[in-house]
Ligand binder design. Structure first.
Ligand code: ADP
Ligand SMILES: Nc1ccn([C@@H]2O[C@H](COP(=O)(O)O)[C@@H](O)[C@H]2O)c(=O)n1
Length: 214
């Protein structure tokens, strides 16, 4: 096993997980890698686009966590690993893959990371990004129209049918497993400073452990 320190960043849709992850990664360029839980949405090759667009993507079973655990263990064992890439515009896995290299810090980001005990246990630090539901849906509408090719009607229907009830049943309840709760995510400069300071100290501790092994 390597000295990789795993940081799990979870929270509701539109909470600011990706923004926080980007801000933290910016502080550890060259010393961190990233795995996104979204990329482990299951393949649905046998369904049509319309059928895929009506699936429940906010239930824990929508993800292939067995594959994610397998890949995490490879990366944590020091192996560069080809990981899947998800295409939200077609509701399916993309043809390409993404090579994740081992690094002193591994950021793991996703909606339901803390629901699965195996994923929780692999996170040395668990951060939950907590943002009010009205703010999250406003952000999601904008993002899903611009980046994910969705209509306002489809976002409204999906939010009421699956996103909101699943958030209340699974995502919100997984908050209790967090070590740290960050309001507002990527624009919370104080939280970013504190977390970045802690991670820098973890990298130093890892280096000291390596030096002692020599
Ligand atoms: N604190 C913030 N204030 C304003 N907009 C934000 C903030 N955090 C994130 N956003 C924007 O909201 C959208 C969703 O944020 P994102 O980080 O992708 O959320 P998540 O990964 O949790 O779904 C993005 O367009 C992002 O730029
Ligand atoms: N084909 C899909 C797959 C997932 N979603 C939605 O994505 C959300 C998770 O991503 P965030 O960046 O917002 O955390 C989740 O709430 C799913 O509803 C989708 O719309 N289509």
């Amino acid at each position: 096993m390597t000295n990789t320190f795993v940081v799990g960043i979870a929270g509701g849709t539109g909470s600011g997980k990706s923004a926080l992850t980007r801000a933290l990664r910016g502080r550890f360029a060259g010393e961190s890698s990233l795995v996104m839980h979204d990329n482990y949405y299951r393949r649905n090759d046998t369904l049509t686009y319309d059928q895929r667009s009506r699936l429940n993507y906010d239930h824990p079973d929508a993800f292939d966590n067995d594959l994610l655990v397998e890949h995490l263990d490879e990366i944590l064992a020091g192996q560069a690993t080809e990981t899947p890439v998800y295409d939200f515009t077609v509701h399916n896995r993309a043809a390409q893959t993404n090579l994740v290299e081992p690094a002193p810090i591994l950021f793991l980001e996703g909606l339901l990371l803390f629901h699965d005990e195996r994923l929780r246990d692999r996170c040395h630090l668990r951060i939950y990004v907590d943002t009010d539901a009205d703010v999250r849906i406003l952000r999601r509408v904008k993002r899903d129209v611009i980046e994910r090719g969705r209509t306002i009607e489809s976002i409204e229907q999906q939010y009421l049918e699956t996103v909101k009830p699943m958030h209340e049943r699974y995502v919100e309840r997984s908050k209790k497993h967090a070590h740290i709760i960050v309001p507002e995510g990527g624009y919370n400069a104080t939280a970013i400073e504190l977390i970045a300071g802690g991670l820098a100290a973890e990298i130093e501790r890892g280096r000291a452990r390596d030096a002692n092994k020599l």
